[in-house]
Design a protein around this ligand. Structure first.
Ligand code: 1GP
Length: 252
C-alpha cells in the first residue's frame, strides 16, 4: 500500500486548487526567540500564509526547536511542517514533516541516512510524512554548504529537470527547488517552467531569495505551486504582499 496523503498535504493541495498557488512561511528557530517566532507566525497567519515551516541548517534542534513549535501552535491554527536538516530537526509537537532527500548531495547522510534514523521517530511522534525531493540550485547558501550539494548551475535547467523527473519516478509527491535562504537571486523562472512541465501534478515548491510579491507571482506564473519565504517575512513581517499576487489568473 502506498503512503496515503495526510491532512497537511491535502491542505496544501487544496490551497493550490483554490487559489492557484500556496504560500509557506519559513521560521528558523535559531533566528529569534520562541516568543518572537510565535508573533511572526501570527502575523503570517493574518497575511494569509497556508502553513509554517520550521527548520534551519544550523542550530534548529532541541529545546529551542520544541519551544518554537509550541509558541507557533499556541498563537495560530496553522499547520506546522518540520523542515529538518538532520534527524535532530524532528520534534513531536509539530503536525507534519517534509520527509525529504537532498537528491544532489554528495553525502549519503543527506540522501538517505538521516532519513533512516529519523523514520522511526516520525512514526513514534505521529508526524505526517510528506515525501519530498530537495534540489539545491546555485548559489545554494548555507544549506548548499551544509548539505554538501553539487549545486545545479543556474544556466543548466535541464539538470534540475533531470533530478526532478527522477523524483517523480521515485514516487515523491513534492519537489522543492531551493536557491538557498537569503540568495541574491531566486531560482531562474526558465528552470521553474522546465521542471514543472515534466512534473505535471507533482507539486513544485520554490524558495530562496524571493523578496517581493512580484517575484513570487513570477514563480507561480512559471509553474511553482508553493512559494516559500523566510528572510523577506523575517524582515518585513508582511506576508500579505507575498500572498496577494498568488492567484489562478497568473498561471500559464
Ligand atoms: C530557505 O527557501 C527558503 O530554505 C527561504 O529562503 O530566506 O531567502 O526566503 P529565504
Amino acid at each position: 500500500m502506498t503512503l496515503k496523503r495526510g491532512k497537511v498535504e491535502l491542505l496544501l493541495a487544496g490551497a493550490v486548487a483554490d487559489r492557484g498557488a500556496g504560500h509557506l512561511t519559513l521560521i528558523d528557530p535559531d533566528s529569534q526567540s520562541p516568543a518572537q517566532a510565535g508573533s511572526m507566525a501570527q502575523a503570517a497567519a493574518r497575511g494569509g500564509t497556508d502553513a509554517i515551516m520550521v527548520g534551519g541548517s544550523v542550530g534548529a534542534a532541541g529545546l529551542l526547536l520544541h519551544e518554537t513549535v509550541r509558541e507557533i501552535k499556541e498563537k495560530t491554527d496553522l499547520p506546522v511542517i518540520l523542515f529538518p536538516s538532520s534527524v535532530a530537526g524532528l520534534c513531536e509537537n509539530a503536525d507534519a514533516v517534509f520527509f525529504m532527500s537532498l537528491l544532489n548531495s554528495r553525502t549519503p547522510a543527506y540522501i538517505v541516512e538521516n532519513q533512516a534514523l529519523g523514520a522511526p521517530l516520525v512514526f513514534r511522534y505521529g508526524l505526517e510524512p510528506i515525501p519530498m525531493a530537495y534540489i539545491i540550485i546555485e548559489p545554494g547558501g548555507t544549506v548548499g554548504f551544509v548539505g554538501d550539494a553539487r549545486l545545479i548551475p543556474r544556466r543548466k535547467p535541464e539538470l534540475a529537470a533531470a533530478y526532478a523527473l527522477s523524483a517523480k519516478y521515485m514516487g515523491m509527491r513534492l519537489v522543492y527547488l531551493e536557491a538557498g535562504s537569503g540568495a541574491d537571486s531566486p531560482v531562474p523562472v526558465g528552470m521553474v517552467a522546465m521542471v514543472k512541465k515534466l512534473l505535471g501534478d507533482v507539486m513544485l515548491i520554490v524558495g530562496g531569495g524571493i523578496r517581493s510579491g512580484e517575484t513570487a507571482a513570477e514563480m507561480v506564473a512559471a509553474g511553482a505551486d508553493l512559494i516559500v519565504t523566510g528572510t523577506g517575512v523575517e524582515k518585513s513581517q508582511d506576508v500579505a504582499s507575498f500572498v496577494s499576487g498568488l492567484t489562478k489568473s497568473i498561471r500559464r
